[in-house]
Design a protein around this ligand. Structure first.
Ligand code: DAH
Length: 340
């Protein structure tokens, strides 16, 4: 027998044996594998060892050395398989030492209180027939200001009161520039640009203003914008919708109050207060959509009218849950968040 034939058969034996040892599932099959490959009488390794005598004398040392290596490696494989069989597994029931011990509890996440509020507000407004609409958080001056009738010199457009993007092309505040939207009123414009009346939507989303954080301010917060456009819409419709909304969200005893105010995109404009827990609390602004806005999106103010409102989502959430500091909502502190 040539040396290379001898080495080949050793190689093949090793491969076969390792495969079998790696897949044994019982003491019986382990023993059968041991006899087959390592058996002292007719084991496969023994059979190959018998051929050693027919190897040329000068090749014998190499053949013998290889034979010993394979013998050791098969003994290891056998040992390993035996150890694995000893180990308790769930499959054979041995792993469950004390079935009545409590398990390790899984940590389940849950929905953030602000997101819960958003879902709740959408649901209430949905029951009054308001569909939801979305708009981008990175906006251009047209949608954030111009179409909303906010003139060039209006303080709301001050670069120091907005997050303009340094990457945008146009110079700050002008065409081509971009900013993080400072109000969800942008979505009014986006919806009216692509749809004809009647329109009845709410849009809930993030807005950004460079305010220093304190108990009632945060540079990012959420608003609920509402828009209804149809024929012969009046202030009474606006007041009714907001009252129904407030009684649904805060409770039956809530009253509503309009205070005269000014917004460039509504005329007349009001500030909206809810009477709740023995005090008037301001929740946002509202009004009848200004004819200039209707014209900017290509509507005929002689044909259609409408109302709009914008309420602070965090403010609603905080009142309902008696949260006193808006920063708690964004601290990521699980001791706070897990209460909701
Ligand atoms: N966009 C206003 C703000 O952020 C809120 C607002 C006032 C929205 C009046 C409206 C509205 O739709 O009619 O302060």
């Amino acid at each position: 027998m040539s040396l290379s034939d001898f080495l080949d058969s050793l190689q093949k034996l090793q491969r076969d044996a390792q495969e079998v040892f790696a897949t044994v599932t019982s003491q019986e099959s382990l023993e059968a594998a041991r006899v087959r490959f390592l058996g002292a009488k007719n084991g496969a390794l023994k059979e190959i060892q018998k051929q050693l005598g027919r190897i040329a004398a000068e090749d014998k040392p190499q053949a013998g050395q290889r034979l010993n290596e394979i013998k050791r490696s098969l003994a290891d494989a056998f040992q390993q398989a035996a150890t694995l069989l000893e180990e308790p597994s769930v499959a054979d029931g041995k792993a469950v030492a004390a079935p009545t011990l409590p398990g390790t509890p899984l940590k389940l996440g849950h929905i953030h209180p602000v997101t819960q509020t958003i879902e709740h507000l959408k649901e209430i407004m949905g029951r009054m027939g308001f569909a939801t609409a979305e708009g981008p958080e990175v906006e251009d001056p047209w949608h954030n200001f111009v179409a909303l009738n906010i003139p060039e010199d209006h303080p709301a457009r001050d670069p120091l009161d907005n997050f303009y993007l340094a990457t945008a092309k146009g110079s700050v505040g002008e065409e081509g520039s971009q900013l993080l939207r400072s109000q969800t009123s942008t979505v009014q414009i986006r919806v009216m640009e692509v749809r004809r009346p009647p329109i009845r939507i709410v849009s809930l989303g993030r807005v950004y203003r460079p305010d220093d954080p304190d108990a009632t301010h945060f540079p990012m917060f959420h608003q609920m914008e509402g828009l209804l456009i149809d024929r012969q819409v009046t202030m009474a419709h606006l007041k009714t919708v907001l009252r129904v909304f407030a009684t649904n969200y805060l409770g039956k005893d809530v009253s509503i109050r309009f205070r005269p105010s000014f917004f460039p995109f509504t005329e007349p404009s009001v500030e909206v207060d809810f009477w709740w827990n023995d005090q008037w609390i301001e929740f946002g602004g509202a009004g009848m959509v200004d004819p200039a806005v209707l014209t900017a999106v290509g509507y005929d103010p002689e044909q259609v009218s409408g109302f709009a409102f914008g309420l602070g989502v965090e403010r609603l959430c905080m009142r309902r849950h008696n949260i006193t500091d808006i920063r708690d909502l964004y601290s990521g502190d699980m001791r706070f968040l897990s209460q909701f």
